[in-house]
Design a protein around this ligand. Structure first.
Ligand code: AR6
Length: 348
């Protein structure tokens, strides 16, 4: 997928370039800088010495030596001083300049650590926000795979309202599903005890578990289209998706970028009517097309999936779609924090 969050040691990444959160001397230090120098070997320091240091916000490139990565892009993040000293702009510049350098070097893949979020003290959630903003802006007009490598970063979103709301939604609905399952289990047990007795208990349980009938909803505008779509039972995921893209009037490029899906995979989906997507890919397109819950269920159905309250992943997606949170990268931060699969996809 074009932007992917991974939990790993950046020195192990098999990419064209890794980015180093260096200091102005470029001669090595602690944290990720130290780890990269140790893994690359002493030749890296030799080459760095010849570079003559680097200004905050700028980036310089060296070879990767013993690393899997061909290049190391060294950038110097700002030291956090409370946020009022241009830290955000300097951090944004680190990502912009590193990505521009990666592009100049012809890199197809690049991995970033969370620059400034360690010894330099930038608050992690904000540092992550800057990273995601700059990388996604860059990817809007370029094709590259960018990894944001989060090393030992746990609970970096706890302060965010959306994260707390999603967690609360999961807790409430996941629990409710299990209560309902319990009722079902008790009902079957009652039936096994004896039909008469079972019937009585069953009636009581039904009263307990049956939700009040929903008031007749007014027909949403797009309902007719969907019913028509469902009638065409042989239409698969790919055809349905393409039809939806046309209906919504979103250009293809914008659609796959908003879905965090790479161009190659999108072309494959386009050309293969029998394409079987992963559930995350279906959700990614649901988000890109800003589908409502009903439309999302239909699209999932086309790919052979259902939206279930027994799945915590589905509950996250249900919450985001219900509340019209259609930013795939914002959703992915939450999914990542919850150790769930991320939205989007690319050709393997
Ligand atoms: N892989 C991925 N991420 C890592 C790794 C790793 N192996 N090790 C640490 N991190 P920091 P800064 C994460 O302190 O804040 C150095 O001494 C870490 O958890 O490495 O920009 C330089 O020489 C954190 O989220 O860099 C400078 O003097 C992120 O990388 C100074 O630190 C950045 O933490 C730069 O400070």
């Amino acid at each position: 997928m074009p932007l992917e969050f991974v939990r790993d040691d950046i020195t192990r990444m098999d990419v064209d370039a890794i980015v180093n959160a260096a200091n102005r001397s470029l001669l090595g230090g602690g944290g990720v800088d130290g780890a990269i120098h140790r893994a690359a070997g002493p030749e890296l320091k030799e080459e760095c010495r010849a570079l003559g240091g680097c200004e905050t916000g700028r980036a310089k490139v060296t070879r990767g030596y013993r690393l899997k990565a061909k290049y190391v892009i060294h950038t110097v993040g700002p030291i956090w001083q409370g946020g009022g000293c241009g830290e955000r702009e300097a951090l944004s510049a680190c990502y912009r300049n590193s990505l521009a350098l990666a592009q100049d070097m012809g890199c197809a893949s690049v991995a970033f650590p969370l620059i400034s979020a360690g010894a330099y003290g930038y608050p992690k959630a904000e540092a992550m926000g800057v990273a995601v903003d700059e990388i996604t802006r860059f990817l809007q007009t370029r094709e590259m795979t960018v990894y944001l490598v989060l090393f030992g970063e746990t609970e970096f979103l706890t302060g965010k309202a959306l994260y707390r709301d999603v967690k609360e939604y999961i807790d409430r609905n996941y629990a409710e599903t299990h209560i309902k399952k319990n009722v079902e289990a008790r009902r079957s047990a009652a039936w096994r005890q004896g039909e008469e007795e079972g019937l009585a208990i069953d009636r009581a349980l039904m009263m307990e578990a049956t939700p009040a009938p929903a008031p007749a909803a007014s027909k949403p505008l797009e309902e007719t289209d969907w019913e028509e779509l469902l009638r065409q039972t042989d239409e698969g995921f790919s055809e349905t998706l393409l039809r939806l893209i046309d209906q919504k009037g979103i250009p293809d490029t914008e659609c796959y970028k908003r879905a965090n899906v790479d161009r190659k995979l999108f072309s494959k989906i386009r050309s293969n009517p029998a394409y079987r997507p992963k559930k995350q890919t279906v959700f990614a397109f649901a988000v890109a097309l800003e589908l409502d819950l009903r439309e999302t269920r239909m699209l999932l159905e086309r790919a052979g999936f259902a939206l279930s309250h027994s799945s915590r992943f589905d509950l996250v997606m249900e919450y985001c779609i219900r509340n019209r949170r259609y930013d795939v990268f914002e959703i992915n931060q939450i999914l990542f924090q919850l150790d769930m699969p991320l939205l989007g996809s690319c050709m393997a």
